[in-house]
Design a protein. Structure first.
Lengths: 257, 302
C-alpha cells in the first residue's frame, strides 16, 4: 500500500523526486499557425511634411476571437532613452526646477491594445512577466525618490500621445480577422520599433509573433539632421550663409519693388 | 500646413511660423532692432525646446540684421571702427556665454536662467528707455542747446582711439566692455543684443543716433553669426528649417516696418519700443510667478 502510494507520488512529481530529467520547455508553436500577424508597412518615413502616422497591425487567428475563444494583445515599444523628470517648486515666489529623478531605458514610445481589457485576460503574474501595463514597465529611478516622478512621467508621456495604454481596442471582423491602429504622434523618435502580437487563450499566452518597424527620417529632414550631427562645423557655417543670403535677397527684392 | 522641424524633432504649423516671423520682423523694422528678444520667448511659448529656440533665434536675427545692415550701409551710417571694437568684446563675450549656457543646461536650470536674464535685462532696458523718451517728449518744446555728448569718467581711460563717423575720441575700454557684456547676454538669450546695444551706444558711449542703428546692426550680424556657429557645434540646436521659415516672414515684415518707421519721431519710436520691451519682461515675470499648469517637466539627460 505504502509502496503503491510512493510510486504514485513519483509518477506525479517526477521532477521533485529527481528520478526523471525535467521535460524540455516546449516552444508554444503549434503545427497549424494559431496566429498570423503582419504590419501594413515595414518602414515609416519621417519627411519634412511628417505630421504623425499610425502603426497598423493586422492578422488572423486559428479560432474565433471572443469571450469564449481567443483574444489578441498587441504591444509596441519604441527605442529607449534616458530622461530626467523635474519637479517645479516654489522658491521666493517663483516657480523653478526643483528635485529631479533620472530614468534610464525609458521607451520613447509604448502602446498597448487588445480585444478585451488586458486585466481581464491575464492574471497579475503573467502581465508582470510580459510587462503588459504602464505600471509594469521596469523603470529604474535614480536621484530624487518618490512615486510622484514616475506618475508624472507616465501622465506627461500619455498627454504627448507617446504612451498609449489601451485607448482603442483591437478590432475584430469576421470572427477571426483582427486589426489594431496604434497612433504615432509627430514627435516620435526615429529608430527600431518592436511590435509583439500575442494570442491569449484561457488566461495564457499560447502564441506570440514579433514584428519590426523602422521609423526613419527621410528626404530633406533626414539629410539636415545627418549633416547637423555628423558635420556640425559645416552645418553651422551653412546656417550662417543661408540666413545671410535670405536677408540679402529680401533687401534686394524690396529695394527694386 | 504642418512642417516637420528636423532638429527640434517636432512638427509645427508653417503659417504660424511665417506669421511670427512677419510680426517680429515688422516690429524690428519699425524700431531698428533685430527682434530676437521677442522671437525667442515666442518660440518657447509655442512649444519649441528652449535650446532650439535660442540657437535658431540667433540664426534668424542674423538674417534679419543683414537685411537692415545693407540698407544702413548704403546710407553710410555704419561706423566700422567702432563696430570692430564692439565685436572684439562681443566675440569674447559670446564664447563665455555659450559655455555658461552649456553649464546651466547641465544644471537643469536653463529655463529659469533664460527667464531671469530676460526679465532683468528687458525690464531694465525697457524702463530706462521709457523714462528717457517720455522726458524727451515732455521737454521737446523747451529746446535747449545740448553738448555733443556727455563725457563719463570711463571715457578718459587709457588706450584712446578716434572714431570719426561717431565723432568720438574715447578710450576703447568702454566699447570693449559693452561688447563683451552684450556678447554674453546674446549667447544665453539667443538674441543679437540690438535692443541693449542701441541704448548703450547712445547713453554710455555717447554716439550720435544716426550711426547707432547701422553700427549696432553691424555688430549684431557678426555676434549672431558667432552664436549660431557655437550653438551648432556645442549644443547642436540650430534648426535651419525653423530659421528659414521665420526669415521668410521676417524679411517682408521688416521692410514694411521700416517704411512705417520713417514716419515716426525718434522719441516716440523709443517710447513705443520701451513699452514693448517692458511688456515682454512683465509677461515673462508673470509666467515665472504664477502656479505652473504642469508641476513636472520631462527633459533629456544633460
Amino acid at each position: 500500500m505504502i509502496r503503491l502510494l510512493l510510486l504514485l507520488l513519483l509518477l506525479a512529481f517526477p521532477a521533485a523526486a529527481q528520478v526523471a530529467p525535467p521535460p524540455p520547455a516546449a516552444p508554444p508553436t503549434i503545427a497549424p499557425p494559431s496566429l498570423a500577424a503582419q504590419l501594413s508597412v515595414s518602414t515609416i518615413e519621417v519627411t519634412t511634411a511628417f505630421t504623425g502616422g499610425e502603426i497598423l497591425v493586422f492578422g488572423a487567428t486559428e479560432r474565433l476571437i471572443g469571450a469564449q475563444g481567443d483574444e489578441v494583445v498587441v504591444l509596441a515599444t519604441g527605442p529607449s532613452t534616458s530622461l530626467v523628470v523635474r519637479q517645479k517648486v516654489e522658491m521666493l515666489g517663483a516657480w523653478i526646477n526643483g528635485p529631479s529623478a533620472r530614468f534610464n531605458r525609458v521607451p520613447t514610445y509604448w502602446a498597448l491594445a487588445s480585444t478585451s481589457p488586458v486585466a481581464t485576460l491575464l492574471d497579475g503574474v503573467e502581465r508582470q512577466d510580459l510587462r503588459l501595463g504602464l505600471d509594469l514597465l521596469p523603470l529604474v529611478q535614480l536621484g530624487a525618490r518618490g512615486p510622484q516622478f514616475r506618475a508624472a512621467l507616465a501622465s506627461l508621456k500619455q498627454d504627448a500621445g507617446l504612451w498609449v495604454d489601451q485607448v482603442k481596442p483591437v478590432e475584430v471582423s469576421g470572427g477571426r480577422l483582427f486589426h489594431a491602429r496604434l497612433p504615432l504622434p509627430a514627435t516620435v523618435q526615429t529608430g527600431a520599433y518592436q511590435i509583439q502580437v500575442m494570442l491569449v487563450r484561457e488566461g495564457r499566452v499560447v502564441a506570440r509573433q514579433e514584428l519590426r518597424l523602422d521609423v526613419v527620417r527621410s528626404g530633406t529632414a533626414a539629410w539636415i539632421a545627418d549633416v547637423a550631427r555628423g558635420q556640425p562645423v559645416l552645418y553651422g557655417l551653412a546656417c550662417i550663409l543661408l540666413a545671410a543670403l535670405a536677408g540679402w535677397i529680401g533687401s534686394v527684392l524690396f529695394r527694386r519693388g | 500646413m504642418q512642417v516637420y522641424l528636423p532638429i527640434a524633432e517636432m512638427s509645427v504649423d508653417a503659417l504660424l511660423l511665417l506669421g511670427i516671423g512677419f510680426g517680429v520682423g515688422w516690429l524690428s523694422g519699425l524700431f531698428g532692432v533685430g527682434g530676437g528678444f521677442l522671437l525667442t520667448p515666442l518660440l518657447i511659448l509655442i512649444g519649441i525646446p528652449s535650446p532650439v529656440a535660442v540657437g535658431s533665434g540667433a540664426n534668424q536675427t542674423l538674417g534679419a540684421s543683414v537685411s537692415g545692415l545693407m540698407a544702413q550701409w548704403r546710407r553710410g551710417n555704419v561706423d566700422v571702427r567702432m563696430g570692430s571694437v564692439l565685436l572684439v568684446g562681443g566675440f569674447a563675450g559670446s564664447l563665455l556665454g555659450v559655455q555658461l549656457f552649456a553649464w546651466l543646461r547641465r544644471l537643469g536650470q536653463v529655463d529659469l536662467a533664460v527667464s531671469i536674464f530676460y526679465i532683468v535685462v528687458l525690464g531694465t532696458v525697457g524702463a530706462l528707455m521709457m523714462r528717457e523718451s517720455l522726458t524727451a517728449i515732455l521737454r521737446r518744446r523747451r529746446a535747449r542747446p545740448r553738448r555733443l555728448h556727455e563725457h563719463f569718467w570711463m571715457h578718459g581711460l587709457p588706450l584712446k582711439m578716434r572714431f570719426r563717423k561717431s565723432r568720438l575720441y574715447i578710450s576703447v575700454i568702454p566699447p570693449l566692455l559693452v561688447g563683451f557684456l552684450i556678447g554674453v547676454l546674446s549667447a544665453v538669450m539667443g538674441v543679437g543684443g540690438g535692443f541693449m546695444l542701441v541704448p548703450a551706444m547712445i547713453y554710455l558711449l555717447g554716439m550720435p543716433t544716426a550711426v547707432v542703428i547701422g553700427t549696432s546692426l553691424f555688430q549684431v550680424v557678426f555676434v549672431t553669426a558667432n552664436v549660431t556657429f557655437l550653438q551648432a557645434i556645442q549644443v547642436g540646436s540650430v534648426d535651419i528649417v525653423l530659421t528659414l521659415l521665420l526669415l521668410a516672414g521676417g524679411v517682408v515684415g521688416a521692410q514694411i516696418g521700416a517704411a512705417m518707421g520713417t514716419r515716426l519721431r525718434g522719441e516716440e519710436t523709443r517710447a513705443l519700443l520701451g513699452a514693448l520691451v517692458l511688456s515682454v519682461a512683465l509677461a515673462l515675470l508673470w509666467d515665472l510667478l504664477r502656479v505652473p499648469e504642469q508641476l513636472f517637466v520631462i527633459g533629456p539627460v544633460p
